[in-house]
Design a binder for this molecule. Structure first.
Ligand SMILES: Cc1ncc(C[n+]2csc(CCOP(=O)(O)OP(=O)(O)O)c2C)c(N)n1
Length: 107
């Protein structure tokens, strides 16, 4: 954004749930950390409400292509002027999974 000279106050960044969704908290722009798989409908709404904003949605592949798959295809069909970043970290994360870890027995 700095390289493109887009001011932080003209950016609305919408993220889904997951490790990659936390990116919204690391930015200095407006940001919204919404529900799992729902970044795109929120981003579409933000853009409709204020077309002057640069609207960016981001999330994991699970957020976008699994639980959010329905919203993904409908957003493609509507083709709003937003940018969508999908980060594939090779895991369906934040499911708190290390199933091999044993809980120590209480004696
Ligand atoms: C409605 C709902 N269902 C399930 C979850 C649990 N959940 C949190 S993150 C996540 C998967 C995220 O995977 P991905 O989008 O690939 O993101 P990553 O964490 O790998 O970056 C799931 C299933 C949730 N938060 N909300």
């Amino acid at each position: 954004m700095a390289g493109l000279a887009i001011a932080p106050e003209s950016i609305a960044f919408v993220a889904g749930i997951g490790c990659s969704g936390k990116i919204a908290g690391y930015l200095q722009s407006y940001a919204f950390h919404g529900a799992h798989g729902r970044a795109l409908p929120v981003a579409t709404g933000v853009k409709l409400a204020n077309r002057a904003l640069t609207v960016i949605a981001a999330g994991g592949d699970g957020d976008g292509y699994a639980i959010g798959a329905g919203h993904f295809v409908h957003t493609v069909r509507r083709n709003p002027d937003i940018t969508y970043i999908v980060m594939d970290n090779q895991t369906y994360g934040l499911t708190k999974g290390n199933r091999r870890r044993r809980v120590p027995a209480v004696t």
